[in-house]
Write a new protein. Structure first.
Length: 158
């Protein structure tokens, strides 16, 4: 019983941290040109970008809790290297024109002079973020990293 309560408290803390940690990320209502400009500026400064689209924003679901905890844990630990944005309609349209993003949930990882990666669905495994970070940091990829590395895609903001 104590373990269950501890897990619930931990989940609540992660959810709160996600809300605080993503407070500076773009919201779905952000003007499209503004989001693209923020992404381009971030990439130009040498930081990596994580752009996500999550439709299940019901904070009481296990899926949301797992997703938010995973994203928040990574983004908090790597705030100096990554900026997180919520995809807007323009970004999603550009992604669909590139034959990606047709599903409800996705995450796109971008960094200047590195491949762009597309994860189809909801990320609940830290290993996905770790694989991306190892790739974008220029570290040798382990077999585990290669197994969790999302699909490399040809995608441009232009």
């Amino acid at each position: 019983m104590k373990s269950y309560l501890f897990l619930r408290q931990l989940l609540l803390i992660f959810t709160i941290m996600l809300a605080v940690g993503c407070a500076n990320s773009a919201t779905p209502g952000t003007a499209t040109a503004e989001l693209l400009k923020k992404i381009e500026n971030t990439l130009g400064q040498g930081q990596a970008v994580i752009v996500y689209h999550m439709t299940n924003m019901d904070r009481t679901t296990e899926q949301y809790a797992d997703w938010s905890a995973s994203l928040n844990e990574f983004s908090s630990a790597h705030a100096d290297k990554y900026k997180v944005f919520s995809a807007d309609i323009k970004f999603k349209t550009m992604l669909v024109k590139s034959n990606f993003g047709r599903n409800k949930e996705f995450t796109v990882f971008m960094k200047k002079d590195y491949p762009t990666y597309y994860y189809d669905g909801v990320i609940v495994e830290q290993a996905v973020y770790i694989a991306i970070d190892n790739k974008y940091s220029g570290k040798p990829l382990s077999g585990m990293d290669k197994a969790f590395l999302p699909k490399e895609i040809n995608f441009s903001l232009k």
